[in-house]
Design a protein around this ligand. Structure first.
Ligand code: TYD
Length: 217
């Protein structure tokens, strides 16, 4: 398997979705390989159905471990149906959120424990690791304010409705993961404007893809 697996992570309101849209043509110009762009929770038909259960604002009774297990179940389906086949075709996969999101949101912010969440996800992914993770760093208050500004266009999902302390815990967890795996994570200051965030992400990806192509040539 010689595909390249890239994930994008960050607290709510970090600007992942807008960045992903801009990165698509940029990555396509950096490599001849096909690019598969996907997201979690979701990314395949069954996984998207689980996503609807997870994000439904009416599901206030959802237990944290149920939430973590549903996320891992949808991830399993996504990995098997979409990510692994693309990597085995030697393609580039760009995935908006992956296991790190579960470790931050369910492990730390929901209080299940980061190690426990890593363990249930290991069952789901069987050792699959991103080659590179772009982490968009933004303070919880700033991210949540951005979401509130956008609110006239869309309703908030169940996880976005959590208090600011929950989102601060999410950010702390990402910082802990980065300390543990400094090589995999590239931190980008997402408090800056969209153009600067895009420039930083594109230049990181350009060198990573170049290095990857050199290794595989
Ligand atoms: P996402 O669609 O990425 O929303 P946004 O683009 O607003 O960040 O994710 C939806 C929510 O699901 C978001 O609040 C993060 C949460 N989430 C988890 O709690 N755990 C996970 O493993 C994943 C993938 C997402």
């Amino acid at each position: 398997m010689t595909g390249l697996f890239i994930t994008i992570e960050g607290p709510d309101g970090a600007g992942k979705s807008s960045l992903v849209k801009k990165l698509i043509p940029a990555i396509e110009s950096m490599s001849e390989r096909s690019l598969v762009v996907t997201r979690e929770p979701g990314g395949s038909e069954i996984a998207e159905e689980i996503r609807n259960i997870l994000l439904n604002p009416g599901h206030t009774a959802m237990d944290p471990r149920t939430e973590a297990l549903l996320l891992a179940a949808s991830r399993r389906q996504h990995v098997v149906e979409k990510i692994l086949p693309a990597l085995s075709r030697d393609e580039i996969v760009l995935c908006d959120r992956f296991v790190d999101s579960s470790v931050a949101y369910q492990g730390q912010a929901r209080g299940i424990g980061m190690e426990k969440v890593i363990a249930i996800n290991e069952f789901a992914i069987e050792g699959l690791k991103p080659d590179l993770t772009l982490y968009l760093d933004v303070e919880a208050e700033v991210g949540l304010a951005r979401i509130r500004d956008k609110q006239s266009n869309r309703t908030q999902d169940r996880l976005e409705l959590e208090a600011v302390t929950f989102h601060e815990e999410v950010r702390n967890a990402y910082h802990m993961m980065i300390q543990k795996e400094p090589k995999r994570f590239i931190t980008i200051d997402a408090s800056k404007n969209q153009d600067s965030v895009f420039e930083a992400a594109a230049s990181t990806l350009s060198s990573a893809i170049e290095q990857f192509e050199r290794k595989n040539s």
